[in-house]
Design a protein around this ligand. Structure first.
Ligand code: H2U
Length: 351
């Protein structure tokens, strides 16, 4: 017989009830040496305005259109949209060969005219304007499309094509694969427990206090028990709400505050602009009630050990299932111990 199971050291699998998938946790692997790829952290101070940036106010985009002299958020139709609203509706199933056309739209959302800033470096008021913009886009696109995906790719490591602070919104007629899986899981839990899983989960995480990174009266950020990415977090409301555009003013203000908190902690972790993909899951827009659904956001950041060493989701993860090294509890402890004041602001205050 081996030594008794130690979750901080021994391999185990954790269940993700949102997707019905498992994650392999191998904490002992965090100690292994690394001689692989190192990313080049980019800590260079950007100018407030970059004449060569496609997203800065009054600059000309790739397609020749000129951006207005915007002063807050600015939304435009993606010049290289992945989805088009007028694609002919068509589907076909021929044995193993099945397709359906998709109608939708993709837009770019500039968070600020200031090229040098990122979400954590904006003021609470400026972040509130971003939240208002997300709400407006969700409301508008939800009137025409079944799924509205608000997201942000931050940093070149996550495929972001431009350092200007921006995100995107894509909307489409069909429910994409992961939200479709999630919908089934959330419905299943609700039919068995008569409460939304994510409200139960938020309450239980707050009570346990093992994976909570930060919270305010309306929101909580946790490293989920089933996190796959090293410093993955889940941003949850502490009240019943299905969609982004249903947030009231106080809830939106509290959201702007906690967004500043978690993204500042992320940047403080390795004192670098922390890359991630984040996105919002509002309930599908299909004219049905969704009492099982709770609005939430995922942050999927790739960095593992430093500003230059990332987690690769490759071989085993591509072929079998997600795998992580440090435990979610260790990741939460690291993030929780950090200041929520952005390191650049501290440097400025300290002269
Ligand atoms: P990402 O950095 O997350 O890739 O988002 C930037 C988007 O901006 C990208 O999808 C679009 C790209 O297609 N874009 C334009 O629509 N017009 C431009 O002039 C440059 C970039």
């Amino acid at each position: 017989m081996g030594t008794p199971f130690d979750p901080t050291n021994d391999p185990h699998r954790r269940y993700n009830p949102l997707l019905g998938e498992w994650v392999l946790v191998s904490p002992h692997r965090a100690k292994r040496p690394w001689q692989g790829q190192s990313e080049e952290p980019n800590n260079e101070q950007k100018p407030g305005y970059d004449p060569t940036c496609y997203l800065c106010p009054s600059n000309t985009r790739v397609n020749g259109e000129v951006n207005p002299q915007y002063t807050g958020t600015f939304v435009f139709e993606n010049d290289f949209a992945a989805l088009k609203k007028d694609t002919e509706v068509k589907s076909e199933k021929n044995g193993l060969f099945q397709f359906e056309t998709e109608q939708g739209c993709s837009r770019v959302i500039c968070f600020s005219p200031d090229h040098s800033k990122t979400l954590p470096e904006l003021t609470d008021q400026e972040r509130s304007d971003v939240v208002a913009c997300w709400k407006e886009q969700t409301r508008e696109l939800g009137a025409s499309y079944r799924w509205v995906q608000v997201f942000e790719n931050k940093g070149a490591m996550m495929g972001c094509s431009n350092p200007h602070p921006h995100g995107q919104v894509w909307a489409q007629q069909h429910l994409p694969s992961d939200p479709a899986k999630k919908l089934l899981q959330l419905k299943q839990y609700f039919s068995e427990n008569h409460t939304p899983i994510l409200l139960d989960y938020a309450e239980q995480e707050i009570a346990k206090d093992e994976r909570v990174v930060c919270k305010n009266d309306d929101w909580v950020v946790v490293v989920p028990y089933w996190a796959a990415w090293p410093f993955e977090t889940l941003l949850l409301p502490r009240f019943d709400v299905q969609s982004m555009h249903h947030l009231n003013d106080a809830q939106s203000t509290a959201l702007a505050q906690i967004l500043g908190d978690i993204t500042s902690r992320y940047d403080n972790l390795f004192e670098t602009s922390f890359p991630y993909s984040m996105g919002w899951h509002s309930a599908p827009f299909d004219n049905e009630e969704h009492p099982h659904w709770t609005l939430h956001a995922h942050f999927f950041p790739p960095l593992l050990r430093s500003a230059s060493v990332r987690k690769f989701m490759v071989g085993y993860e591509m072929m079998a299932e997600a795998q992580r090294d440090l435990t979610p509890e260790q990741a939460a402890d690291r993030l929780k111990a950090l200041s929520n004041v952005h390191y650049k602001q501290r440097e400025n205050t300290n002269g």
